[in-house]
Design a protein around this ligand. Structure first.
Ligand SMILES: *Cc1c(COP(=O)(O)O)cnc(C)c1O
Length: 382
């Protein structure tokens, strides 16, 4: 029998059995009372998770990239300009999406493994005006987590809308829409929510909704939130068939988050990140991301001397853990490890012991148990 692997890639993340079970519930009519209740339940839970009381939530078949496109097209008109705060890969994508539709942008690019500094944003906003400022919360290629609260404080002094790409953060790292004055959070099902891929997820503030209403027609049809709004308010209406089973699974995913408690969930992510960093450092690995920007949801890990990328990942796979290869300039020199979603401490212990077994198989010289001991020290603290 094929053994299930522990999926520690930067999404999709491990899917809890309760969510899998909900995914396999019957495919009901998309306009049935069951779907109405579950879609509305999922939307309400989603707003709670991102601390949005007013505003509107949207759950649409697609993935993170569709959510990026929807966020942009519904807030920035052709002829207006937006500013991208980019740590790397997904900031670049946000720029390309605008280019595809003829919407102009400026970009502030951070140093590698860091994020755009708040003072640089402040400076930029002194001499330019933007319809929206878009930032990546955690960049999956560089493992850098941006100071989004600091950005929000700065943007709130200007007229621009503030948009967060939270695909690798929402539901795992603090993001507070109303308290911080965030206008759009966009994300996807398969990262910190720990639900299967297949959904674009967005929450718009009242200000962002008001902006959309002033825009008239936009260069989008399926991506136009005003076509979806009536369905989100009353799912017995039809626009385009929602993915019923995926929504049932996502609803369960949001219940799991609220049962755990959102603050507790942030703390668990923070702790698990520290466990992995401690264990990996003790074993001789180091980190690509600059220290102040290390993300709680994934790590970009440099191999120690003598460990080769492909054989490491292949051996680790054999021990039951899947990690991803590096992207761009660090390809071959690092592996990328996701640690987000519904990861338990026992799964973390399993992963650390699989890392040790892998190093032992590759004849790497280290004291057996060093990683586990470092992990246990963090796990047992407070
Ligand atoms: C994964 C990711 C995306 C893209 O999501 P897809 O679901 O693969 O389209 C966008 N932004 C960030 C920050 C991501 O981590």
């Amino acid at each position: 029998m094929t053994q299930e692997k522990l999926l520690l890639i930067p999404g999709p993340t491990p899917v809890h059995p309760r969510i899998i079970q909900n995914l396999s519930l019957p495919t009901v009519s998309h306009v049935s009372p069951t779907m109405i209740e579950e879609l509305k339940g999922a939307l309400d839970n989603l707003k709670n998770i991102v601390f949005c009381k007013k505003g509107e939530a949207f759950i649409v078949a697609g993935a993170g990239t569709l959510a990026m496109e929807m966020a942009l097209l519904n807030t920035v008109a052709i002829g207006e300009r937006y500013l991208v705060l980019s740590q790397g890969y997904f900031g670049e994508r946000m720029a390309q999406i605008g280019q595809s539709f003829g919407i102009e942008h400026d970009i502030l690019q951070s140093s590698w493994g860091g994020a755009v500094l708040p003072e640089d944003l402040e400076q930029k906003l002194k001499d330019s005006t933007y319809a929206a400022i878009v930032c990546t919360h955690v960049d999956t290629a560089t493992g850098a987590c941006a100071p989004v609260k600091d950005y929000a404080d700065i943007v709130s002094k200007h007229s621009s809308l503030f948009i967060i790409d939270g695909v690798c953060a929402t539901g795992g790292i603090e993001e507070r829409m109303d308290p911080w004055g965030v206008d759009v959070i966009l994300t996807a099902a398969q990262k910190c929510f720990g639900t299967p891929p297949g959904l674009a997820i967005l929450v718009f503030s009242e200000e962002a909704m008001a902006k959309r209403r002033t825009m008239g027609s936009i260069p989008a049809y399926y991506s136009d939130i005003l076509r979806w709004l009536p369905i989100m308010k009353n799912p017995s209406k039809y626009f385009s068939t929602p993915c019923v089973n995926e929504i049932r699974a996502f609803f369960e995913g949001t219940r799991i988050i609220l049962e755990e408690g959102i603050e507790e969930r942030f703390l668990r992510h923070e702790k698990i990140a520290r466990v992995f960093r401690a264990a990996l450092s003790a074993l001789g690995f180091s980190f690509f991301t600059q220290e102040p920007f290390l993300a709680d949801t994934l790590s970009i890990v440099f191999y120690p001397e003598g460990i080769e990328d492909i054989s490491f990942r292949k051996t680790l796979f054999g021990k039951g853990v899947v990690v991803a290869g590096g992207l761009g300039p660090v390809a071959g020199k690092v592996f990328r490890m996701g640690h987000m979603g519904n990861l338990s401490f026992s799964q973390v212990r399993f992963a650390v012991s699989a890392l040790e077994d892998t190093l032992a198989s590759l004849d790497y010289r280290f004291e057996s148990g060093t990683g586990l001991k470092a992990a246990e020290k963090v796990l047992s603290a407070d």
